[in-house]
Write a protein that binds this ligand. Structure first.
Ligand code: ADP
Ligand code: SF4
Length: 692
């Protein structure tokens, strides 16, 4: 029984001919599986169905080849082969009594079409603001054809077993391109007045309703406020809701556009839980039909408040459902401290449609349900569970590994760390500007470690090789992490930077600033970044806010290019600009002097910046000395009864937090395999065209 405070979240709700068993709804999100990997697709969605979500949806699902998303991976319903691929998802989702939904889609002007090769189509011939594409203006024949293909895809959806069929109009894709005057300059009955611009979308809804013959709920997704020119403003968004209301069983409401999807899938660095309500709460004024909204919701009290307020009837989630597929069940059973809350890092985005296999920082099993057979909540007892394991280093990798080893029933697991607390890099990264939610990586793991009676955590203990050998464990896992190069080792030269030496007062590393409290000796600071992710910009912001005059110098062509993939880049740049940081791109630092930093620009021109200090964010180096020393003397390991020494996480190679956690999880899942250092093969899905 859920806590009475959360009871409203477990009320069923009728959507057209179907019933949602509760108010938890996995909105469409990419996985990298599409129809190419039907097993991965089915496994990922079915896990959430098992975890209590009332409905789970596919990612965007192209209705026709002129919405070919290649090189990105979308679902497709172009033909019956696609139907069979997606039917597997429906079957597996239904086994867990959830509804399956499909997000029928056409990207119009925003279509990359690398496989299709023929022109993109759009209401008018206006270059895409999202990709470098200039489309063909649709003739009436094109309109009829796309609509017929949409209807055919809707029929296939029904036949595949889907319960909810979408007309996806959010994020400035084709239906929104017709609705928005930014894209639609037509002078026929599909352009001009709002009624005319709405016509294409309304007709799609009618055709979809006809095609599913009352057997599926019809949903539509709309960005009710584009917050930019790339769509409609809230007034027109609500006007469309009124116009289409009779044709829709479920309103799935969001904000933003394809170009500014960063405002919809907002990263925690810049967006707090619930930020979209500012706009989407107004949809209630335009409809009495069920509304589902999103905003990285993980707090059940807040969810219950929203449902009680009437703003939304259903709590939608993409990322919270990836981070914890069992979120609804845990709320229902009152196991709130077990909810693995999404940290809003957006690593799942580069891992999904451009990456080919979804992954998640918090949930190492995301995307591994089918191909590795991993279940987020179930762990097989290990065959070698009569062994004791010593895990050295309690950063993300070590903590995750110890938890999974504990759950697999290893006799005794000791997780040891030299620091006065566990967490490794997660003790200080959440103190960077806007990174507070990342602290959930440590918080959740600390709670789980506390619960495992066979896992003992020992902080404040630095082990050397002798200490490890004498510890008494048969299995040793080294998870000692990595550190930022104190001499500026970097991708451009593969050498240290002349004069860069962090033992000097005017040369600083991220750890020195964040952990040791080292302060630049003067006002003028250069932050030199050739890493390309969050550390450089975050430190630049922190120092600027503290009153330093900061020059952010990057050897890369753009500021923090990896943050573009996590949808943070545009806001990071704005923020640095706001706090007065001067930014220099394509600039390679060659020498650090007492009051000067010099180097060369993009075309070989020399530059010099007056600076009292430099912060080196160049590359990290694995802290693998302990591992190497242990492995160098196998005979002594054997004589001490140590069967194996493994290493995981940044100690192997500096990597994303998500990947370090994955590595620790992987080793523990396979600790009883023939050679746990080498990952077991996973099931590979390959399209096989039947040979005649
Ligand atoms: P990862 O991201 O791979 O998990 P981190 O850098 O976050 O790595 O964590 C590494 C942890 O290992 C740090 O907390 C550090 O204090 C600890 N550590 C490093 N060397 C030793 C050692 N010799 N004995 C105990 N703990 C160690
Ligand atoms: Fe959330 Fe990050 Fe996991 Fe994505 S990768 S679901 S943002 S924790």
């Amino acid at each position: 029984m859920p806590n009475p405070r959360h009871a409203a979240l477990f009320e069923p709700l009728q959507i057209g001919p179907k019933t949602l068993r509760n108010r938890f709804y996995q909105v469409p999100h990419c996985t990298g599986f599409g129809v190419q990997k039907p097993g991965g697709q089915a496994g990922h969605r079915a896990m959430k169905a098992e975890g209590g979500w009332a409905a789970v949806n596919t990612e965007y699902c192209a209705v026709s080849p002129d919405s070919d998303e290649t090189p990105f991976i979308s679902a497709r319903l172009w033909d019956d082969g696609d139907l069979r691929a997606l039917a597997r998802m429906c079957d597996e989702v239904h086994e867990h009594s959830a509804l399956a939904g499909v997000e029928l889609h056409h990207s119009g002007a925003h279509c990359p079409r690398r496989e299709w090769r023929l022109p993109a189509i759009a209401p008018s011939q206006l270059a895409s603001d999202y990709l470098l594409v200039t489309p063909k203006a649709m003739e009436r024949d094109d309109i009829r054809r796309v609509q017929a293909e949409w209807a055919a895809a809707a029929r296939r959806s029904r036949e595949a077993g889907f319960d909810i069929v979408y007309v996806y109009g959010a994020h400035s894709y084709l239906p929104m391109q017709f609705l928005s005057p930014f894209y639609n300059r037509r002078t026929d009955e599909y352009g001009g007045s709002l009624e005319n611009r709405a016509r294409f979308w309304l007709e799609l809804l009618e055709l979809t309703r006809e095609a599913v013959e009352g057997e599926c709920a019809v949903a539509t997704r709309i960005s009710v406020a584009a917050l930019s020119p790339y769509g409609v403003d809230l007034d027109e968004g609500l006007e469309f809701v009124r116009l289409a209301d009779d044709l829709v069983d479920l309103w799935d409401v969001a904000i933003g556009s394809a170009t500014e999807w960063s405002k919809d899938s907002g990263a925690s660095r810049f967006f707090r839980q619930g930020w979209q309500l500012e706009w989407t709460q107004h949809v209630r004024k335009a409809t009495a039909k069920p509304i589902v909204g999103v905003s990285r919701m993980t707090d059940p009290d807040r969810m219950a408040e929203i449902v009680a307020s009437g703003a939304w009837d259903v709590i939608g989630a993409a990322r919270p459902s990836i981070a914890d597929p069992f979120l609804p069940l845990k709320i229902e059973e009152g196991r709130l401290d077990e909810i693995r809350e999404c940290i809003g890092c957006n690593i799942c985005i580069p891992k999904s449609d451009p990456g080919g296999n979804i992954g998640c920082t918090q949930n190492a099993t995301a995307g591994e349900e089918f191909r590795r057979g991993w279940h987020p909540e179930r762990f097989e007892p290990a065959e070698n569970r009569d062994r004791d394991v010593l895990v050295v280093g309690a950063g993300p990798a070590g903590m995750e590994c110890a938890i999974v080893l504990g759950k697999r029933g290893l006799r005794r697991v000791h997780l040891v760390d030299a620091g006065d607390d566990i967490g490794g890099i997660m003790r200080w990264i959440p103190q960077l500007p806007g990174r507070g939610e990342w602290g959930r990586v440590l918080n959740w793991r600390r709670i789980q470690l506390d619960k495992l009676r066979n896992v003992e955590v020992l902080a404040g203990l630095r082990l050397d090789a002798e200490g490890v050998r004498e510890y008494g464990a048969e299995l040793v896992v080294v998870a000692t992490g990595a550190f930022w190069s104190p001499v500026g080792l970097n991708r451009e030269t593969h050498e240290p930077i002349a004069g860069a030496d962090a033992t000097l007062a005017h040369v600083l590393t991220p750890e020195q600033i964040m952990v040791e409290g080292k302060v630049p000796p003067g006002e003028r600071v250069v932050v030199y970044d050739s890493d390309g992710y969050f550390m450089g910009p975050d430190l630049a912001e922190k120092l600027a806010v503290e009153g330093f005059r900061v020059d952010f110098v990057t050897s890369l062509e753009d500021i923090s290019p990896f943050s573009e993939e996590t949808l943070e880049q545009v806001f990071l740049k704005e923020r640095l600009h706001e706090v007065g940081v001067r930014m220099h791109r394509s600039a390679v630092v060659g020498r650090v002097e007492l009051e000067k930093v010099t180097g060369v620009g993009e075309f070989g021109e020399a530059f010099a910046l007056e600076a009292d200090a430099i912060v080196l964010v160049t590359q990290r180096v694995s802290d693998d000395a302990l591992y190497q020393e242990l492995r160098a003397d196998e005979a002594r390991l054997e004589s001490e009864g140590i069967e194996a020494v493994y290493r995981i996480g940044d100690c192997v190679a500096p990597q994303l937090i998500a990947d370090a956690i994955f590595d620790g999880h992987r080793l523990a899942r396979e600790i009883d395999s023939e050679n746990p250092s080498v990952p077991l093969p996973f099931v590979r899905e390959r399209p096989v065209t039947a040979l005649a």
